[in-house]
Design a protein around this ligand. Structure first.
Ligand code: SAM
Length: 345
């Protein structure tokens, strides 16, 4: 594989979650790269095809691409950028723009302007491509960091926009407990959900997670105690044209699922708020559900579970003898911290 120096800029909203998602996707691509972090910028070596995979899968990558040239000094000119590499980054038929982003807090405005103009003129001259500041096909991103300058070919994430649109799009069935598409996608990535593999949400409700499992091409299984929720999730899955799914009415504590059947479990049990726990206390429900997962998951299978921090999911997991790979608390609002936890069996 031809290895290239690449970069990604992650969302700054939940930095720990964005990092965990990024690492999990690289792991999924069987690529154990050395990662160099600088705030929400990560630099790593990988093949260009892995870049496409990262951009397709991630909910929390804003943009990513490869590094054309870098310098440890803020040079006045751009002679240090190899012309051949610069020219091959933009096709003559493309329109392009040059943007400069500084990760260093102060100043640099003059330098930013200067390098943006010099690069724009140079690329135009080398490729005959036209500049389009509003809707370019291609973007050259100049990153100014405390270690110097990086000139990059950047690709914007399509998935982020698609996931946002999915949330706002009208669904045939809606329930307030439905998981939003972005978090569902992140959790699927943390659980290593893969196309063609079996993925299961035992508390599937109206199907926020099921929709993402199915969108990633997994053979999707949903289970819920509540028939109305199940029927709602069915309408939602069909509405998004998914066909590879099975829905079961049942209790997550005693799953009617064959031994070691699932590759991944992605789920969020009821918090004892909007969605019903049907009488059993949330912590007991989680304890009994977690105790059953080694039977359902394949060896080395992965669970990603979300729940209120009051449910104490990491502590329950530890008491049951599981090791949490990730435990990431995220603040939903003043009264709710959500724990995102992954467990490999
Ligand atoms: C937070 S909601 C699930 C949201 C859903 N995972 C999503 O992605 O949109 C929790 C669901 O758990 C269901 N539930 C409660 N107790 C259950 C149990 N013992 N077994 C299975 N489902 C249960 C509730 O009916 C509710 O639909």
């Amino acid at each position: 594989m031809l290895v290239t120096k690449c970069f990604a800029i992650l969302s700054g909203e939940e930095p720990a979650l964005a990092r965990a998602e990024f690492e999990s996707i690289l792991h999924l691509a069987n690529f154990e790269a050395e990662l160099t972090w600088n705030q929400n910028l990560v630099v790593f070596n990988t093949g260009k095809h892995n870049l496409a995979f990262l951009l397709f899968r991630a909910a929390m990558i804003k943009e990513a691409g490869y590094i054309i040239a870098e310098s440890s000094a803020l040079n006045e000119d751009i002679e240090w950028i190899p012309e051949k590499k610069l020219a091959s980054s933009i096709q003559p038929t493309e329109t392009f723009c040059v943007r400069t982003q500084s990760l260093v807090s102060k100043g640099m405005n003059e330098y930013r302007q200067q390098i943006t103009n010099l690069l724009g003129t140079k690329i135009k001259h080398l490729t005959k491509a036209k500049i389009d500041a509003k809707r370019p096909n291609a973007k050259i991103l100049v990153l100014l960091t405390s270690n110097g300058v990086k000139v990059c070919r950047s690709y914007k994430s399509d998935s982020r926009k698609k996931l946002m649109n999915k949330n706002s799009a009208k669904k045939p069935f809606f329930h307030p407990s439905m998981m939003n598409a972005q978090l569902a996608r992140v959790m699927c990535n943390l659980a290593g959900v893969m196309s063609g593999k079996i993925a299961y949400d035992p508390f599937s409700g109206s199907g926020g997670i099921l929709l993402e499992l199915a969108a990633l091409g997994a053979k999707t299984i949903g289970m819920d105690l509540n028939w109305r929720q199940l029927m709602g999730s069915k309408l939602n899955l069909i509405h998004q044209k998914h066909t590879l799914f099975s829905l079961i009415q049942g209790d997550a504590r005693v799953p009617p699922i064959a031994q070691h059947f699932c590759d991944s479990i992605v789920t969020d049990p009821p918090y004892g708020r909007a969605s019903s726990t049907r009488g059993s206390e949330a912590t007991n429900l989680v304890t009994e559900f977690l105790a059953a997962i080694p039977k359902i998951l394949k060896p080395n299978g992965m669970l990603c579970i979300a729940g209120s921090n009051k449910m104490r999911i990491p502590e329950i997991a530890n008491d049951l003898g599981f090791k949490c790979a990730y435990h990431i608390p995220i603040r939903v609002h003043s009264g709710l911290i959500r724990d995102i936890v992954t467990i490999r069996v």
